[in-house]
Design a protein around this ligand. Structure first.
Ligand SMILES: [Zn+2]
Length: 93
């Protein structure tokens, strides 16, 4: 149940991100809510879900829109650099 709400909130946040007339605040609010549900009900987010937003500013990480993607292939990492300046490293191996 909680898990379902989290994934729904995150997909809503994804849809709202980068729309011209909608401020980022809306999608950030969805992400914050999803994180609150996750910690309140002690429901762990899946890997994909956890990696889909910035832990620092709660915005969705969408390559080309809200973050820049760098490949550090020698280390087996993808680095997402959020607009707030936070880096998110994801191992793809
Ligand atoms: Zn950020």
């Amino acid at each position: 149940m909680a898990q379902e709400r989290i994934s729904r909130l995150l997909s809503l946040a994804y849809e709202r991100t980068g729309r011209e007339r909608e401020p980022d605040a809306i999608s950030k609010r969805y992400v914050r809510l999803a994180r609150e549900i996750s910690s309140h009900y002690k429901v762990r987010m899946g890997k994909m879900e956890k990696n889909s937003f910035c832990k620092e500013c709660n915005s969705m990480l969408i390559p080309g829109k809200t973050c820049a993607v760098t490949l550090a292939s020698s280390r087996g990492q993808v680095i997402y650099k959020c607009r707030c300046g936070a880096n998110r490293k994801i191992f793809y191996k």
